[in-house]
Design a protein around this ligand. Structure first.
Ligand code: KG4
Ligand code: ZN
Length: 338
């Protein structure tokens, strides 16, 4: 018998709800972005995020049910992100999920946000199963996993400092572009030369895969402002090589991600690379990862852009697998920032 899962996601600055049938068929996916509320601050402000989730959560759930042409009576399971994320934001989604599930006796499952990003990469291509190497690149995370199954991820390595998306957001700020920075930097980069600037390259010393983006970010800062911290950043119109800076930075991030993925896939004996998270929307990353992986006989798989950034379809999708595995939660289910 088929199962409709209602997914709820509120870990960061998107309030999202979705209805998915049997873990794969997306009947609706509603995402309310708060980006405009945080834009003036250049990043997500937790208090503002929590308040906005509170205002949006029920309308977004209603919209997801309506778009799917269904009601709570037909929902077989409610899946909600419980970790990691902003605690005040997570609690809004979790409380809503409990309140919707409990009085109706609908089974409730908790979903790990990062595992759901990885699941998104396989959701549209069920034939591509496991094991795979999974790269999660978002505003909060840059990490490599061995994905044994949808529910078993083993962490292989992570960033030593900033997440890749965070670096995009910071460079965007330096270039006078908006938040979120990834799409804006990427658009500007289209008109620039990707090898115009010589930027530092991080090499992990040990065997373990690792990333680092703070040196790259600082190199961009020094290029724009010089090394004197008392000097202000130049205004955007006074940066003559803005597009070259954007393109060179983007290329450096892409090189680092691609090279570490290929090296790790080889070392781990994995032939498939799943790439997920907001930065997986990046066009240069998508094309270079696909090309360089195939040159080595490997396959790179990306979700469609709408399912790279935060959404609830991936929560409902993985939630179905958790439901099938019998991992139903009690009311004591808690949220965690980590
Ligand atoms: O997965 P996501 O929506 O939220 C987190 O879980 O963090 O990822 C958001 C991040 C932001 O840092 C944003 O700048 C970045 O993904 N991003 C991109 C692109 N689109 C979004 N970075 C590079 N290129 C893009 N096209
Ligand atoms: Zn995310």
């Amino acid at each position: 018998m088929s199962v409709l899962v209602l997914g709820i996601e509120s870990s960061c600055d998107e309030t999202a709800a979705a209805v998915v049938r049997d873990g794969r068929e997306i009947l609706s996916s509603i995402v309310h972005s708060q980006a405009s509320l945080h834009a003036a601050y250049g990043g997500v402000v937790p208090e503002i995020a929590g308040r906005s989730h509170l205002a949006q959560i029920l309308p977004v759930v209603d919209a997801a049910l309506e778009k799917a042409g269904t009601t709570l009576d037909e929902i077989g399971c409610i899946a909600v992100t419980t970790r990691p994320g902003l605690i005040g934001s997570l609690l809004v989604g979790l409380s809503a999920a409990k309140a919707l599930a409990w009085p109706r006796g609908i089974p409730l499952v908790g979903v790990h946000h990062i595992e759901a990003h990885v699941y998104a990469a396989t959701m549209e291509r069920p034939e591509l199963a496991y094991p795979s190497l999974a790269l999660v690149v978002s505003g909060g995370h840059t990490a490599l996993y061995r994905a044994r199954t949808a529910l078993e991820l083993e962490l292989l390595g992570t960033t030593r400092d900033d997440a890749a998306g965070e670096a995009f957001d910071k460079v965007s700020f330096m270039l006078g572009l908006g938040y979120p920075g990834g799409p804006a930097v990427s658009k500007l980069a289209e008109g620039g030369h990707p090898r115009a600037l010589r930027l530092p390259k991080f090499r992990s010393s040990g065997d373990e895969p690792a990333f680092s983006f703070s040196g790259l970010k600082t190199a961009v800062l020094y290029h724009l402002r010089g090394q004197d911290a008392r000097k202000p950043l130049p205004p955007p119109e006074e940066i003559p090589d803005r597009a070259d800076v954007a393109a060179s930075f983007e290329q450096s991030v892409v090189d680092a991600l691609v090279e570490e993925c290929l090296r790790t896939a080889k070392r781990e004996g994995l032939s498939r690379i799943l790439v997920a998270g907001g930065v997986a929307c990046n066009r240069r990353l998508r094309s270079e990862m696909a090309r360089r992986a195939s040159e080595q006989g490997l396959e790179a798989i990306f979700p469609s852009p709408a399912y790279c950034t935060d959404n609830a379809a991936m929560i409902a999708g993985l939630g179905y697998q958790i439901f099938r595995a019998g991992r139903i939660e009690e009311l004591a289910l808690d949220a965690s920032p980590r």
